[in-house]
Design a protein around this ligand. Structure first.
Ligand code: SF4
Length: 449
């Protein structure tokens, strides 16, 4: 049966995820849905298949309803599956998301003219392979484009492993326009909008906002500047409108910031944004899945954040070692952490709502240094989170990671997963990592000890 609508049909596909563990800390296909809005505004009929839909009734009736929390975070449906070939681990492996047969049916129903499949972490690529495979099995002649983090960081691997027709990297708008022209599909007009496609099932429990794009820093372990070539200052009014749209349409009251550098350029972006929130008095809750820069967290910002409804603050501390910051990121002032904790406390944040990230497991890093950083951060009385390093292709630390790692990182992205602790060595063993994790747990139970 032919399509009743004469509009071209575009399918957006969020793949399921394969991993050892997965928690939904505001994991939304924000970039994909911004594309969706662009196409909708350009006259396309846009369909979205959400491989991570935690409300899918059929999946949940078979796998059990995942535990969710009132702030919009929680678990995804999980199916235990065998470890991938060539992978050895004592932990069980899982496929998270909507069951494959259900995804197939949804893709079939969309009957698309063109398909976009997004991607996240490089080590989640098996889900992208599955998603593209479903599309190609059902619609072998329909062009499939992949984009997102994995596609950008490993385009050749992505092309070969998924069998997608196109891997969109670099200038997304230009690449897309070229592909659409080649397939005689209407080329979307203008620029990709700042706000995403409005879908109640995605945004009701928690919305996502982004003020600034990219990050002006260039830390050796991070891919931010590879994924967003230049730092683009945010606009408070535009972000506020996006928030009002979600809140007005779906009653969304939890919002997570996706910024890599939320507090940079604060006079023009976050501060006026927070003032708008306070004026409107909407009783909203804000979250920070990404850490903020210590040096930009001043008194005014802390007070505005508290009054606007920030529920927690995550701080990018990484290490107490001056050498670490000289070597890798250059974003450290000796007393920043102590000053910021004091400032946040005076603004009304309790210490158990403040977390400092400490980075562990970098190539040739020693566990003793990480222990020192954990203890220094914990001595302020706040919580500590041990961020375990994952090697990221094309970052400055990638070469050293490949050189020192016993796994074939360039051939098999599954080994980028920090669950394997790919950079373990004599002065930072798996046992050391386990000890550091238990130390963090202990200190978080008894803060300030
Ligand atoms: S400051 Fe944060 S987001 Fe920016 S490059 Fe460094 S780690 Fe990445």
């Amino acid at each position: 049966m032919g399509n009743i609508s004469t509009k071209p049909r575009l399918l957006l596909f969020q793949p399921p995820i394969y991993d050892f563990a997965l928690f939904d800390l505001f994991l939304k296909p924000y970039g994909l849905l911004r594309l969706g809005r662009w196409f909708e505004e350009s006259g396309y009929e846009v369909f979205f298949v959400n491989g991570l839909d935690y409300n899918d009734k059929e999946t949940n009736s078979l796998l059990g309803k995942p535990r969710r929390y009132s702030n919009g975070t929680g678990k995804f449906p999980r199916m235990r599956i065998p470890l991938p070939h060539g992978v050895d681990s004592e932990r069980s492996f899982g496929r998270y998301g909507v069951l494959a047969d259900i995804l197939k049916r949804k893709v079939k129903d969309a009957n698309p003219d063109i398909i976009f499949v997004t991607s996240g972490m490089t080590y989640w690529y098996k889900g992208v392979v599955e998603a593209v495979g479903i599309c190609k099995e059902l619609f072998p002649e329909i062009p499939v484009l992949t984009g997102g983090i994995y596609a950008n960081l490993m385009p050749d691997h992505c092309k070969v492993s998924t069998g997608a027709d196109y891997v969109v990297t670099g200038n997304v708008e230009e690449s897309i326009k070229t592909v659409f022209k080649a397939h005689s599909l209407p080329v979307p007009a203008g620029e990709i909008p700042k706000g995403p496609l409005m879908l109640e099932e995605v945004w009701k429990d928690a919305g996502v906002l982004r003020l600034n794009e990219g990050c002006p820093f260039h830390c050796d372990y991070c891919a931010s500047d590879l994924l967003c070539k230049k730092f683009i200052k945010g606009n408070a009014e535009i972000a506020f409108e996006a928030l009002l749209e979600m809140h007005g349409r779906f009653g969304t009251s939890n919002f997570a910031f996706y910024d890599d550098a939320l507090l940079v350029n604060s006079e023009q972006s976050i501060k006026p944004f927070l003032e708008l929130i306070i004026q409107k008095d909407l009783q909203l809750k804000f979250y920070l899945p990404n850490a903020v820069h210590l040096q930009f967290l001043d008194k005014d910002t802390a007070f505005l954040m508290k009054r606007a409804g920030f529920q927690e603050i995550r701080l990018g501390y990484e290490s107490s070692s001056r050498d670490f910051h000289t070597d890798y990121d250059d974003k450290f002032e000796e007393d920043d952490l102590f000053r910021v904790v004091e400032t946040l406390e005076s603004a009304g944040f309790s210490k158990n709502k403040i977390t400092a990230y400490v980075l562990g497991g970098l190539p040739s890093q020693q566990w003793k240094d990480v222990e020192g950083s954990i203890k220094t951060a914990a001595s302020t009385g706040i919580r500590v989170s041990l961020a375990e390093y994952s090697p990221v292709p094309r970052t400055p630390l990638w070469g050293k990671s490949m050189e020192l790692c016993s796994f074939p990182l360039d051939k098999e992205p599954l080994f980028h997963n920090n669950s394997f602790f790919p950079m373990k060595w004599d002065c930072y063993t798996l046992e050391n990592m386990k000890y550091l994790k238990s130390l963090v747990q202990k200190l978080n139970m008894d803060p300030g000890s």
